[in-house]
Design a protein around this ligand. Sequence first.
Ligand SMILES: Cc1ncc(COP(=O)(O)O)c(C=O)c1O
Length: 467
Amino acid sequence: MPDSWVNREGGAGTDLHLELSGRGSRRAQLMEALREAVRSGRLAPGTRLPPYRGLALDLGIARNTVADAYAELVAEGWLTARVGSGTRVAERAVPREPEQPHRISPPRRRLGHDLLPSSPDAAAFPRTAWLASARRALAAAPNDAFGVGDPRGRPELREALVEYLARARGVRADSDRVIVCSGFAEGLRLLGAILPGPVAVESYGLGFHREILHECGLRTIPLPVDAHGAQLAGLPGTGATAALLTPAHQFPTGGPLHPERRAAVVDWARARGALLLEDDYDGEFRYDREPVGAVQGLDPDRVVYFGSTSKSLSPALRLGWLVVPARLVDAVLAAKGPRELSTGVIDQLTLADFLTSGRYDSHLRRMRAVYRRRRDLLTRILAERFPHIRVGGIAAGMHAVLELPDGTEESTLRAAHRLGLALDGFRSYRHPDSTMPPRDGLVIGYGTPPEHAYAAALDALCRALPT
Ligand SMILES: Cc1ncc(COP(=O)(O)O)c(C=O)c1O
């Protein structure tokens, strides 16, 4: 029988009903019951919680257990504690209106040429190598792999990721802190479910990622970005409980986060008890220098690391992973639910084999060379034919930013459409509350066209650009 408790005195006459699940330690049960009460809105921001002793007596647990649970929830940002005012529920963001009326739109119609910055070259998906890994993984899988899935993900994959991420991205993890998810988007939704308040984001980024946070009831606060990534000077004054950044390669402007800012964001997270959400979406693709390692290596207790196969293999796989601080593992898993509902076991085991067999590294090496050639062709053609257009963000990834003369973005997009060329304008990535003056430009994804069509896609681009 779960324990339950009704308090009619805690704070200003609050009725509080807590149900302990009976699973796990008393401390963990109490923490989850309190989180659930905050999440569901039963405990409003500012509500004062009962003193340790009273709650301990009512629940029949030790006073220290209550004190520990409160302290841990303060550290996670759910509660605040001030001398003289007791322990209270932290201020949570007020849900805000979505950026645009929410509608389910069909995928964009594919035009003749595609220079959108969304996908890698689908024709280069390593079918043969993937099939070889799938065969091996299926043959070796234990029978229990075909039962109900563990929401953490398969141990084979989590262990392979620990080794790969440490080696290739400088991530510090053990497999207990790795949680497999259905791409970055699901990972962000899971974090959005447990964060207690607003999230600072880059002024330029993907609108639908901001939308995921808004749907979780979290306000997003734009930080200006420049050639060194997000500017952090204003961050301490925002009241943010987390900052979502793309440190290896700012999306879409393209700069890596400056080393001083990498240290500064970690210092901020430590001082504020906040989190850095590190979106490492294309960290493997860096052309002119050594890859920039993950910020997570600086402080695994303050950084949630997000990885994905959407750029390295295919966004259709829907495979990603989180590396979370140990104290957040239970909360993220609770948000995910008791069963794996989003990621299939065969793909997980296949990716595990793909990683441990070295096929992932070989694929990345091959694709790095392909995308580097494409980037070089793009920059060469533009330098020759449009010397007045500045090209940025080209050191990494598979997209570049073209700065257009003021007032020409709209007409360029219209011209591209007439030529059958799918293109994205720079303005569509701007946070609506950003204080940065809007700039005209294009975000050119050079990864998507198949090899044979790339030159023609560039030709169409040149015909659309203002002279
Ligand atoms: C900025 C950014 N973050 C993350 C991702 C990966 O998202 P997902 O894993 O949900 O496909 C992408 C696209 O691949 C991206 O452009």
